[in-house]
Design a protein around this ligand. Structure first.
Ligand SMILES: *[C@@H]1O[C@H](CO)[C@@H](O)[C@H](O)[C@H]1NC(C)=O
Ligand SMILES: *[C@@H]1O[C@H](CO)[C@@H](O)[C@H](O)[C@H]1NC(C)=O
Ligand SMILES: *[C@@H]1O[C@H](CO)[C@@H](O)[C@H](O)[C@H]1NC(C)=O
Length: 390
């Protein structure tokens, strides 16, 4: 077969024609480039306009192709594909095959991770005992370094223990719950240590969460016994699940028209439960240096895998008590350190730090949203609706 050689072939043999052809090609590519840029601009504009009119509602799933993120090289390119193990898990392996493995029919498909200090051992024991080991891997983040204190608990040898002094739940989860490590778990419970679970059953909870399509959720807080920080998470008696709350008086009203946090579309940070997909997103949202993660909760809706008004919610029928202990393992807004003799001097400092981190986080978000020309805020139109109705 004779190849058709357009540039160097015999069609345009002389130099002058070749130069002409090159400038022609360059011009065509310039025009293409301009068209491409124009297209991506108008596509975004068009989409935003549609969003404003309320014609498109869900997360933007198609972006102009100029905005497609590059596939980063992962380091595995030098290996044959079939040998590449991209993800891992927290399964403990026997040193040799004793035949036990083959008798275990099922691997746990969910994960319970708690930041703990030995002082809360009894409470944590009661939490872990509620979570059947056939369904849950247990991971403890020890912030006080007292690992030995846990040894006598029946489940302790089967749990993963991670120790780092004076670190928070968010510090640990950023370092040890990378999405590639926990890819095998369908739901991740990232809990504080100061929760009572007398009225909570994890399996019933998960069946409700699946039925309701909640990607990010938490059990409701028993108002009689809990330290409460926000009305959204208070248990509504007789209800199975709620996603919004109402406030008809004072500033910051919440009604049926509310479309954004704090009225709807978020949960608090003491007992969140993430689906695998939402965790993949939330892990990226956690900042390495902002270890108290204040402000993160309000942005969780961006990780809800769709409309946060539908996919984020509070389960009322399986509920907990939030003790609000001033420990490092609780995100209760009064975070301090577990040693009560240190508490008085350190708590105000931790609180101040948390507050400052929230300001930094909010600023970072605003700047990131402004700088990323390819990112479209799926909730922008909801804010606009809100502003116009004021
Ligand atoms: C951890 O925090 C406590 C209480 O503030 C403090 O006394 C102790 O020195 C800290 N430990 C380390 C290793 O930073
Ligand atoms: C808009 O926001 C204000 C204040 O945040 C709130 O009181 C109001 O209920 C919201 N309105 C709608 C329609 O969401
Ligand atoms: C708490 O603080 C006291 C006095 O500073 C100290 O003796 C004790 O060992 C500390 N306990 C823990 C668990 O850190």
């Amino acid at each position: 077969m004779k190849p058709f050689n357009f540039v160097t072939g015999s069609v345009l043999p002389d130099l002058k024609n070749r130069l002409f052809l090159w400038s022609f090609l360059i011009m065509v590519s310039l025009i293409c480039g301009a068209y491409f840029v124009g297209y991506s601009f108008t596509a975004k504009e068009y989409k935003q306009r549609l969003a404003r009119w309320g014609l498109i509602y869900s997360m933007p799933d198609t972006k102009p192709s100029a905005c497609e993120r590059q596939c980063w090289p992962t380091g595995s390119e030098a290996l044959p594909e079939g040998i590449v193990a991209k993800t891992s898990n927290l399964e403990m392996r026997p040193l040799w095959d004793s035949g036990i493995k083959s008798r275990i029919s099922k691997r746990p498909s969910n994960l319970l991770a708690i930041a703990v200090g030995v002082k809360q051992k009894e409470i944590v024991n009661r939490i872990v005992e509620k979570f059947p080991s056939s369904d849950f891997v247990v991971m403890l983040f020890h912030y006080d370094g007292f690992l030995d204190g846990w040894k006598n608990l029946a489940w302790s040898n089967h749990a993963i223990h991670v120790s780092a002094i004076n670190q928070t739940k968010w510090w640990f989860s950023k370092r040890f719950l990378h999405p590639d490590i926990v890819a095998g778990y369908n739901y991740i419970f990232l809990w504080d240590e100061d929760l009572l679970v007398d009225n909570f059953d994890p399996k019933r909870y998960l069946s409700i969460v699946k039925e309701e399509g909640l990607e990010i959720s938490q059990p409701a807080l028993d108002p009689g016994k809990s330290e409460l920080h926000h009305p959204l998470t208070v248990r509504q008696t007789g209800s199975k699940v709620h996603r919004r709350y109402y406030k008809f008086k004072g500033s910051g009203r919440c009604d049926d028209h509310s479309t954004a946090p704090p009225c709807i579309g978020w949960v608090e940070m003491m007992a969140p439960v993430f689906s695998k997909k939402s965790w993949q997103c939330v892990w990226h949202l956690i900042q390495n240096d902002l270890i108290h993660s204040w402000g993160l909760d309000r942005q969780l809706g961006y990780c809800a895998q769709g409309d946060r008004m539908r996919n984020v919610g509070v389960v009322d029928s399986e509920y907990i008590v939030h003790l609000g202990l001033p420990t490092l393992g609780s995100s209760n807004g009064n975070e301090g350190l577990s040693n009560s003799s240190d508490r008085d001097s350190d708590r105000p400092k931790v609180r101040m730090q948390s507050y400052n981190e929230m300001k930094v986080f909010e600023k970072r978000w605003r700047e990131a949203a402004k700088m990323d020309k390819c990112w479209i805020d799926p909730y922008q139109q909801q804010q606009q609706i809100n502003q116009t109705s004021l």
